[in-house]
Design a protein around this ligand. Sequence first.
Ligand code: CO
Length: 253
Amino acid sequence: MIRRIHHVGIVVERLTTAYRFYRDVLGLPLVREATVPEQGVKAALLAAGDAEIELLEPLAADNSIGRFLAKRGEGLHHLCFDTEDVAAELARQKARGVELIDQAPRAGLAGRIAFLHPRACAGVLVELATPPEGDSHTAPSPVRLKRLVIGTADPKGMAAVFHSLFGLEEVAMNDGPRKMLGVGRSAILIVPADEVGGTDGMVALSLVAEDFAALTAACDHAGAKCLRGTGEITIEPESSHGVHLHISRYFFP
Ligand code: CO
């Protein structure tokens, strides 16, 4: 049973530099930071409403995160779902023949965690996590995650995979090639790759700002490159560590 998006993982060159944008400009509160040697990273979780943002700095150039950084640059890396019982969830997936990276849960920044293989999840690297007992995920944050946007050649097929593996239900949308899946208070928006410059995989985050004027002022003050629309700004990846960020004034459920 998937309860919500626990976090979206972003690979960055240095945590300290990434804090300047994610913590200081966006205002996301730092929840936890730790070195996780078995994953080869120094990692941090920052609160973003119902979900969190995980920043990952490789400890070495030749581990998997270091190689990702060298090959793809900074940017979205994985998606983590919160589940009540990661061991049971992993066993259930294993019994169905789902390809796993971790055969058993291990300790991670988010609690007990395990990764499924991207081949099993329509090309997306998916982590499952059971946070420690009593771990609150309601830290107030001025900016909240609303949607994770994923590009694919086959939105219908990807939505079917995510429904089958994780029970995510489609949220009513106008007919069209896009698919929206609800998860907790956020959603996954699956769009045809040709709508997002041919990108296959996680491509953007949509966020909502409590105080939009303060947020745009902070972006200006920091010199972040962004495009402005009415009630929405889009921050260019070069200013947000490789992630397209759409930040809006209002929440449209
Ligand atoms: Co993670």
